[in-house]
Write a protein that binds this ligand. Structure first.
Ligand SMILES: [Fe+2]
Ligand SMILES: [Fe+2]
Length: 380
């Protein structure tokens, strides 16, 4: 790894996309024929391979694309074997039988080099290098690019590590006190998938890139991390909370922000991750557009988009789940409630619209990731 490349990774750079663009600059100094570097990440929970970050010098970027890994025979083979793949002449070896291949052929790329990324045994994703020149990826070029792949891997894994450190910290702290999960895993999975559905629906209109979409999905489950600081008799109380209990309950937001800041600092990750997005989600998920939320009573655009999205996803899942003080609502009633809250100006109507426009997908998410019966439900 060149010292230049190393320092660019370690210096604070705002986003992974910017970091990838810098890595691409560095690659071009050594290998001038690489017209595009992109990275797709793999989500084992859904078996989806999803476009994530790209640096495209020649051609149009492919965004918001996802497909099951099992649908690609050749990529599944790379994932299983850990080997790289070289295609010297794309028009002669790729048939336009899926949107990705159609796009690839349209860009005029002639050759490509694909490298699977692993963290330990886990598949993290793939890096794709494309060139407008035939047979650009000679053995020597491949060797150089594999070194750059390690830089890309480090940048991505540091973020995934930050999230799993936080989740583990939260879980361990909670189990230490009560030997019980602090929030059902199924709720976190569902609300993260709902948040991702919303942000994907809004992405084009709001000009949100895939990195934002995937970060939101990764960070959304951290929203209630501060609940590890709320005693069980309040968290699990059947029935309404009294005023004093309610104050303690609301403190989970500020406690959550403190926890995130502390863990990022302890693991020296503050400069490596998009910590602002993470903090905004935790800090803002109970704010309401009309200023009636907490802890700050922010209103309108003062509430970051990521927090508004997570708020709607979290609320919808809370309505359709059983909680200590209520039964699960039917989906139709939950949709009506969101419509009502958007109409009175509490929650973002565009986020609500995203769920209303995708009711079948919402129903699939809710029914596919059910709570195990015996798990205790939580106050929200
Ligand atoms: Fe919360
Ligand atoms: Fe929640």
């Amino acid at each position: 790894m060149s010292s230049n490349a190393h320092s660019m990774l370690m210096n604070r750079v705002e986003s992974l996309s910017e970091r990838l663009a810098l890595i691409h600059d560095n690659i071009l100094q050594r290998v001038s024929l690489v017209d595009r570097v992109s990275c797709a990440i793999y989500d084992p929970a859904t078996d989806l391979l999803k476009t994530f970050i790209n640096s495209t010098r020649n051609g149009n970027a492919l965004n918001r694309y996802q497909y099951p890994l099992e649908a690609s025979v050749s990529l599944s083979r790379l994932a299983a074997s850990g080997e790289c793949r070289v295609i010297d002449f794309i028009p002669g070896s790729v048939s336009p039988d899926n949107p990705h291949s159609v796009w690839l052929l349209e860009q005029g790329y002639q050759s490509s080099f694909t490298v699977p990324l692993f963290s330990g045994d886990h598949l993290v994703g793939f890096v794709f290098f494309d060139s407008l020149t035939e047979a650009a990826f000679t053995d020597i070029v491949q060797r150089d690019l594999v070194l750059f792949c390690n830089l890309i891997l480090m940048a991505i894994v540091s973020e995934l590590t930050a999230v799993s450190c936080l989740m583990t910290t939260a879980q361990v702290a909670r189990e230490f006190v009560t030997l019980r999960d602090f929030e059902t895993g199924a709720h976190l999975t569902r609300m993260a998938l709902l948040a991702r559905l919303i942000v994907r629906d809004m992405a084009q209109e709001y000009n949100l890139d895939d990195e934002f979409v995937e970060h939101l999905y990764l960070f959304a489950p951290l929203h209630d991390i501060g609940k590890i600081g709320v005693p069980d008799q309040i968290l699990l109380k059947p029935g309404k909370l009294n005023d004093t209990e309610w104050v303690v309950m609301k403190s989970h937001v500020v406690k959550g922000v403190d926890i995130i800041r502390r863990v990022l600092k302890d693991y020296q990750l503050s400069h490596m991750v998009d910590s602002r997005l993470m903090i905004n989600i935790v800090a803002g998920h109970h704010e309401r557009l009309d200023g009636s939320g907490y802890p700050k009573g922010l209103s309108g655009d003062e509430i970051p988009l990521e927090a508004r999205i997570v708020a709607v996803a979290d609320m919808f899942d809370a309505l359709t789940s059983k909680r200590p003080y209520k039964e699960a609502w039917p989906l139709a009633d939950a949709f009506d409630e969101l419509r009502h809250l958007a109409a009175i100006g509490q929650i973002d109507s565009r986020c609500v619209q995203a769920l209303l426009d995708n009711q079948e997908v919402v129903a699939d998410i809710i029914s596919h990731y059910r709570d195990p019966e015996e798990q205790p439900a939580l106050q929200e």
